[in-house]
Design a protein around this ligand. Structure first.
Ligand code: PLP
Length: 452
């Protein structure tokens, strides 16, 4: 019998997250304080994050236990299914075996609640009353709204203005879960007001929205800040995806030759890839790892590896990462969650060390792949996820050309049910491609902080 999905039971939800730091085959440069240029101390981060998350950020423990109340919430949708894309394989007429881990199964529709629920929990335990955050596509904001609602926290979301305009239904979802949502740049913060003064029509960016959410949290006693990607503890929480997928691939009797995911800040990809990378290093395999980004915002493929701020207004610590410059505002592509100038330091260190490869695609090619996938498999990928779909299809076509039975695994990070306007534009032939904005990146890179 041909199996299409590989399912685990509630009892199989991982009991621990996997922390790759002790197994890293490359050095991870420390996060540094922009004023002192010394590594940041836990106390520097305390106004923004609860201590439990700060400790996870710097932990060298290989496994970190998932608190029982978090596992209880995970049971709403985890373990998520692993699918074998048999119909897509047929449509492509490829000998490759294509698998995808379906993170669209969560209530908000993506991988994001894997960390949102954990972050809301740790904040609640430490007595925090209110969380602020930014959101690009609206996926992260809705995940945090969902998590905060479950643990009785207030939630304020600064939503990148272009997404706020393109995706009113994501806003309504966040409000339904009790969050308050404003378009960013907003008049509610100094950072937002100063951007609006320079450019009243600013479409916003993740970098600007982060500045606003950080400022809000830093200036209120009862409030902390929550980030949906980039940081070590966020990537850590996402490893439930890869740990489950490892077992499911075992059920399928295969191990991937290539592990693919889209990268905005790097969290869904790290979540799937890191447990497989651990196995690759331990067992001496030659599995390839491919991160996929948009040509409009190509941090890995075109950015430089340098210390930079995580946000536009220069309020965060400095992280060593592949960056297009914190002043770079990416074109308004539909994959809002991939419009970030930087990338998780862990992903960058592994990319620099040659353990991860990267490719970049323009959005029309990405939507073409998404539609092909939807017509074969039924599921409609989020525009971010569609980048991974495109790379998986390209790998499967390469395997066809070479006549090789390659095993391809990708992370289906979220569904696109709130992105139908983007599909509509694509189907009407109205979607524009943005070439790599070289001049704007060059300009933005002038503002990199000087770190000796
Ligand atoms: C569905 C989906 N996939 C991927 C991403 C990219 O983020 P990350 O690289 O942190 O997984 C986002 C971000 O909003 C998203 O909504």
């Amino acid at each position: 019998m041909e199996k299409h999905k590989f399912l685990l039971n509630e009892g199989d939800i991982p009991k621990a997250w996997y922390n790759i730091i002790p197994d890293l085959p490359v050095p991870l440069p420390p996060v540094i304080h922009p004023a002192t240029l010394k590594p940041v101390e836990p106390d520097d981060l305390a106004p923004l994050f609860p201590m439990a998350l700060i400790q996870q950020e710097v932990s060298t423990e290989r496994y970190i236990e998932i608190p029982e109340p978090v596992r209880e919430v995970y049971k709403l949708w985890r373990p998520t299914p692993l699918y074998r894309a048999r119909r897509l394989e047929k449509a492509l007429d490829t000998p490759a075996h294509i698998y995808y881990k379906y993170e669209g199964a969560s209530p908000p529709g993506s991988h994001k609640p894997n960390t949102a629920v954990a972050q809301a929990y740790y904040n609640k335990v430490e007595g925090v009353k209110r969380l602020t955050t930014e959101t690009g596509a609206g996926q992260w904001g809705s995940a945090l709204a969902f998590g905060c609602n479950l643990f009785g926290l207030e939630c304020k979301v600064y939503m990148v203005k272009i997404s706020y305009q393109q995706k009113p239904y994501r806003r309504i979802l966040m409000e339904t879960w009790g969050a308050s949502v404003v378009p960013s740049p907003s008049p509610d913060t100094n950072a937002g007001r100063s951007i609006l003064e320079q450019d009243p029509d600013s479409l916003g960016s993740l970098g600007i929205a982060i500045s606003e959410a950080v400022e809000d949290a830093a200036t209120r006693e009862d409030t902390k800040y929550s980030l949906g990607s980039v940081l070590n503890h966020v990537l850590l929480h996402q490893t439930v995806v890869g740990e489950e997928a490892l077992r499911q691939m075992e059920m399928a009797g295969e191990f991937p030759d290539v592990v693919i995911g889209c990268v905005g800040g790097g969290s869904n990809y790290a979540g799937l890839a890191f447990p497989f990378l651990r196995e690759r290093l331990k067992r001496g395999l030659n599995t390839r790892f491919v991160a996929v980004e948009p040509t409009a915002c190509p941090s890995l493929t075109k950015g430089i590896y340098a210390y930079d701020f995580g946000d536009t207004a220069e309020t965060t610590p400095l992280m060593k990462m592949h960056t297009l410059g914190h002043k770079f505002i990416p074109p308004g592509i539909h994959a809002g969650g991939l419009r970030y100038h930087g990338m998780a330091p862990l992903i960058c260190a592994l990319y620099k060390g040659g353990y991860i490869e990267a490719v970049a695609y323009p959005q029309n090619a990405v939507f073409q792949a998404a539609v092909q996938f939807a017509r074969a498999e039924g599921f409609l990928p989020a525009p971010e996820t569609a980048h991974a779909v495109k790379a998986a299809i390209d790998e499967a076509l390469k395997a066809k050309e070479a006549g090789e039975e390659k095993v391809i695994l990708f992370n289906f990070s979220g569904h696109g049910h709130f992105d139908l306007a983007a599909y509509d534009e694509y189907l009407a032939g109205k979607l524009v491609d943005y070439e790599y904005p070289e001049e704007r990146v060059k300009e933005a890179l002038k503002y990199l902080p000087k770190v000796p």
